[in-house]
Design a protein. Sequence first.
Length: 208
Amino acid sequence: MIRRTTALAALTLALATGCARATPEPATTPAPSASPTASPVVAGPPWYDDVAPATAATTVGPKGSACTLSMTFSVPAKWKAKAVKGGADFTLGPAVAVCEIDAKPAGNIGFLRVWRITGATPLNPQDTVDRYLAEFDGPKEQQYRRTKAGPLDAFEATWTEDGERKRAMLVSTLYGKLMITLGGLDTEEFEAMLPAYQLVKASANLPA
């Protein structure tokens, strides 16, 4: 189970990776879930569709930005993006960390992270997300849906881990799939950072 020792140390990428199982085990079959189809707007948990996007300040993804990616998106003021060096060392299931956007300078304790999906990716995007979740101990209340990230096809998941709400979005680009995750110190921090996640989702696009 992912445990938090201090407010900051618990949210470093190294610890997030370290909280995955030390010895990989075969992924178990996830519990059946509702069919991941497009859904009407949902206010409040688990999807928080009523949360408006934050105001854009910085673009992540283009050449010359902090992280060069196969997609671009905006983040709010003071959120600090940096490329993850040695990303192969920070792998959870099929996901390899490539970019980390820290909310701490903006006054929140949490991260948006971008992961590159590697290997023989299943045609069903839920399989990809579930293989990522299988690296953690005890994700619960999983829900899935197909959605859009800007004009791009996307697949979204929400779940709880140790009672705290988490979010992931798998996005199809011309050069494979990227996954964007949001996690915070606790559910209060998660909700405070949701406008940034909604901004990423609304502003996502292919590089010009």
